[in-house]
Write a protein that binds this ligand. Structure first.
Ligand code: ZN
Ligand code: ZN
Length: 253
């Protein structure tokens, strides 16, 4: 399974990266996790605009979903080849309405669902997408938000994406034994102390250590957070390899 970091800036785009979006590929199947601000442009560096097979949205904060409005335009108004068929789009309750409201001027009430087959994530949930078994768990964030575990059935390799979350047991249960743990590290240790919102580098490292992750990749670092501090803090508590995600990075999981 191949992971490509399409965008990894937390909360708002940086000069170096769009917001959250991660492309997961295996056996010719392409699954996209999140599509935040600016990520649709970056995505086209890594795969064709119409080559996605499914999308999973971790939650409906704009830095994780808002470019779905732009992607609607690309699929609905495609001239050559006509309107695109609907691909599965998994998300929290209200995903379709959230995107319709954000778009504001859909040509008909059903237009969004003509190109996106909306499916509401259960709490928890487990389903198969192409070569993957996907499991989700609700995590600690001000809105309904999910962490996502993707297992490549043939190889048994596992990628876990935290989404946005504060420390919580549901994340640790879901993340157990991941080969690659893509974990948010938005906060700085000793600086922000807001419950049920985000993790800092040390907390991400602690979860990776407790769940015996093979590799930790810190992501969703906002422009106002120093990624090197979070990298240092994670390395102090996690014995395995740690990276900070950067746009365009590719990992073989
Ligand atoms: Zn976010
Ligand atoms: Zn969020």
């Amino acid at each position: 399974m191949k992971l490509t970091v399409v965008g990894c800036s937390g909360s708002f785009p940086s000069a170096e990266s769009a917001c959250s979006s991660y492309l997961v590929e295996a056996d010719g199947y392409r699954l996209l996790l999140d599509l935040g601000n600016g990520a649709l442009g970056e995505l086209q560096r890594h795969c064709g605009l119409y080559d996605l097979d499914a999308v999973v949205l971790s939650h409906l904060h704009s830095d994780h979903c808002i470019d779905m409005c732009a992607y609607f335009v690309a699929r609905y108004y495609r001239h050559d080849g006509g309107r695109c068929p609907a691909i599965p789009v998994y998300g929290p309750e209200g995903t379709e309405q959230r995107l319709v409201t954000a778009y504001d001027d859909v040509p008909s009430p059903e237009a969004m669902s003509e190109v996106f087959d909306f499916r509401t994530l259960g709490r928890p949930d487990s389903f198969e997408l192409g070569p993957f078994t996907v499991r989700t768990a609700e995590v600690a964030h001000p809105v309904q938000a999910y962490a996502v575990r993707i297992e490549h059935r043939e190889s048994g390799r596992v990628l876990v994406y935290s989404g946005d979350t504060g420390p919580c047991g549901a994340l640790e249960t879901l993340a157990e034994g991941a080969d690659l743990f893509l974990c948010e590290a938005s906060f700085t240790r000793g600086k922000e102390q807001i419950p049920d919102l985000h993790l800092n580098g040390e907390q991400a490292g602690e979860i990776a250590q407790r769940t015996r992750a093979g590799r930790l990749v810190l992501t969703h670092v906002p422009p106002w957070t120093d990624p090197q501090v979070n990298l240092r803090d994670a390395k102090e508590v996690f014995e395995g390899p740690v990276d900070v995600a950067r746009a365009g990075a590719v990992y073989q999981v």
